[in-house]
Design a protein around this ligand. Structure first.
Ligand code: SAM
Ligand code: SF4
Length: 440
């Protein structure tokens, strides 16, 4: 029997994609991917450190793995990614979790096979480079028949938003060459993939180092030409770099989904400046207006942080007002979490936890209402849906997403999984839509 690996991914899509790379590397070494911790020979935890709550959850999981190792001393445990990469974190983590065999930073994932080999020979291994030393590469992942795939188009971030740990653990921004990206997508499509999500911390600054000039809109236009690919999504768009050219390209593209994830973070200019976001609420609204003018049906989603240092009730009210004016279909809302090494961690006027909690509750309840209204205005209209598979809550029915990324449940023959159908929305639930397929 071959060895089994369980890979656990915490955090954003980039972390998920990295976890996929690690699983693929172990597959090439003869491991089979599994979900069962009890029978695993290797457990990999790819970590996130963007908020303290994520870190606490992961530390709990690493603690649980100790019991597993006591039962099976041959088990190898690897901890990788952002948490390990934080300045000064490795020593602290090693002391706290001596049962871990491999520690790998964000710049050491591609050498994972070497690290694993060393650990299998019986040693403890830790590799955390401060910077990437190799040219950019990506391990292509193609699970046969998997409809959706994430594709890295760039790594790192140069923005240094004052609350954010990402630039400190993922290094400076670097873009992959378009030919390499297109080659990877062609490979995915040949293996059954029909929808790709292009990943970058700020996709709008893709290619800024390229000469001759070639930007994100150019890449989208080229990916749009790939035969048999049905849909293209991307995250994340930093509002400061969202160009007219990009909005126009999305409007003209055939497969480019009319969904903009445009993190606002705060609706107050005072807070936006302290966050180092480099745009104002007025500029943000002008971008939204431009999108709505060219693409009236586009869905907008966002990320919002409440309780950033110095946020007054009035600043918070401005965030609520912004949510009201834009009318997001969905918002990911977070309480500010102090991250050591970031500028905001040393700011005065940190907001007490009870105030942050109260603001988050209010924001979430207002957004839930807005999201419901958004879904309700879809009733009676027909949308193109990519059929993804049986619904998780009712396997007798099918599920899929609109171009705006709204989840729809409907009845249909499982033979249509992987194809595009037109669905008329008949009901808007708290989180999903219910529809009927329209016969051609
Ligand atoms: N690059 C993306 C961007 O510019 O929006 C987002 C990357 S980050 C992994 C995802 C979201 O986490 C951010 O948009 C922000 O809302 C949130 N976030 C980042 N740092 C945070 C912190 N210290 N406390 C709370 N939320 C945070
Ligand atoms: Fe973090 Fe800002 Fe970079 Fe996004 S753009 S990863 S929020 S520093």
């Amino acid at each position: 029997m071959g060895k089994k690996v369980v890979t656990l991914a915490y955090g954003c899509q980039m972390s998920e994609r990295d976890a996929g790379t690690l699983t693929e590397i172990t597959r090439q070494l003869g491991y089979t991917s599994s979900d069962e911790l009890q029978t695993a020979d290797l457990v990999i935890v790819n970590t996130c450190c963007v908020r303290e709550s994520a870190e606490n959850k992961i530390l709990g999981k690493i603690g649980e793995l100790k019991k597993l190792k006591e039962k099976n001393p041959n088990l190898k445990i690897a901890i990788s990614g952002c948490m390990v990469q934080q300045p000064g974190a490795l020593e602290r983590l090693q002391k706290r979790a001596p049962h871990v065999d491999i520690w790998a930073g964000t710049h050491n994932l591609h050498d994972f096979s070497v690290l694993l080999e060393r650990a299998e020979q019986g040693g403890k291994v830790a590799e955390v480079w401060q910077e990437p030393k190799k040219a950019i590469e990506s391990t292509p992942l193609a699970e046969k028949g998997k409809l959706q795939a994430n594709v890295n188009i760039m790594y790192g971030c140069d923005n240094f938003c004052s609350y954010c740990i990402v630039p400190h653990v993922r290094g400076r921004e670097r873009s992959r060459h378009p030919e390499e990206i297109i080659q990877e997508i062609n490979y995915l499509v040949a293996n059954g993939c029909r929808e790709v999500t292009l990943l970058g911390q700020n996709v709008n600054s893709y290619g800024k180092e390229f000469s001759p000039a070639y930007d994100f809109a150019d890449l989208l236009r080229d990916v749009d030409q790939i035969p048999h690919l049905l849909r293209i999504r991307y995250i994340t768009s930093h509002p400061k770099d969202l160009s007219d050219k990009l909005i126009e390209t999305v409007a003209q593209g055939e497969k480019l989904c009319e969904h903009f994830h445009l993190p606002i973070q705060s609706g107050s200019n005072f807070i936006l400046e302290r966050m180092n976001r480099k745009y104002t609420r007025e500029y943000y609204l002008s971008r939204v207006e431009r999108i709505r003018r060219l693409l009236p049906q586009a869905s907008l989603t966002t990320d919002i942080i409440v309780g950033f240092p110095g946020e007054s009730e009035e600043d918070f009210e401005q965030t609520l007002a912004m949510m009201d004016s834009v009318h997001y279909s969905q918002a990911f809302t977070f309480m500010y979490s102090k991250r050591s090494g970031t500028l905001a961690a040393n700011m005065e006027d940190q907001i007490p936890l009870d105030v942050k909690k109260r603001r988050l509750q209010r924001l979430m309840s207002e957004q839930n209402q807005k999201s419901l209204e958004w879904r309700q205005q879809m009733i009676g209209k027909t949308y193109e849906v990519l059929v993804e598979g049986p619904s998780k809550t009712n396997p007798q029915r099918l599920t899929g997403r609109t171009r705006g990324n709204e989840l729809v449940v409907f009845s249909g023959n499982p033979e249509i999984i992987g194809s595009l159908v037109n669905v008329r929305i008949v009901e808007a639930g708290s989180w999903t839509l219910v529809g009927d397929i329209e016969r051609p």
